[in-house]
Design a protein. Structure first.
Ligand code: S3P
Length: 171
């Protein structure tokens, strides 16, 4: 089984993914971390030195690689569903779950993290951050909404909800 967690930056894909993988005794892969260890560069440095287009190509390569792994929960980068036919690749290879949150909730969470690590959000602060997220999310949601499952990422028990879906053999 393969579970792909998708959603905007700050939606909790990595934290939730780790918990679900632990509980279900599955492997865990964070695609950003995979790209960083392959290139031995941070995502921010890859964007700065090689550009977003190259980053998206690397992300695509990693996706094709993990789409072959067995028994794994994959935390994808927030932009990955929106490039190439990545969403189709994920839907064919496994179960896709969209961790959905509102722009207000996302901006509250992201305000307290190092935005510098996320080049798409660099230089956006305060009200500007929420306005940007709202516009960006509107463009991305048509892709995210192609996921097989959608859960409320703001729910405290979102990991348990996913585990229950798997245990009920719905997934
Ligand atoms: C991005 C999200 C990031 C990372 C890169 C681009 C995006 O991953 O892949 O900074 O375009 O939304 P997270 O969603 O894990 O922050």
């Amino acid at each position: 089984m393969r579970i792909f967690l998708i959603g905007y930056m700050g939606s909790g894909k990595t934290t939730v993914g780790r918990k679900v993988a632990n509980k279900l005794n599955m492997g865990f892969v964070d695609m950003d971390a995979m790209i960083e260890s392959k290139l031995r560069k941070t995502v921010a440095d890859i964007f700065a030195e090689l550009g977003e287009e190259k980053f998206r190509a690397l992300e695509r390569e990693c996706l094709l690689e993990v789409a072959d792994y067995d028994d794994v929960v994959i935390s994808t980068g927030g932009g990955s569903p929106c490039f190439f036919d990545n969403m189709e690749v994920m839907n064919r290879a496994g179960e896709t779950i969209y961790l959905s949150l509102t722009p207000t909730e996302l901006s509250k969470r992201l305000r307290h993290t190092a935005i510098r690590k996320r080049p798409i959000l660099a230089d956006r602060q305060g009200d500007d951050l929420e306005t940007f997220i709202a516009a960006n999310l509107e463009k991305r949601e048509p892709f995210y909404n192609r996921a097989a499952w959608k859960v409320n990422g703001a729910d405290k028990d979102v990991d348990q909800q996913i585990i229950r879906l798997v245990e009920a053999r719905k997934i």
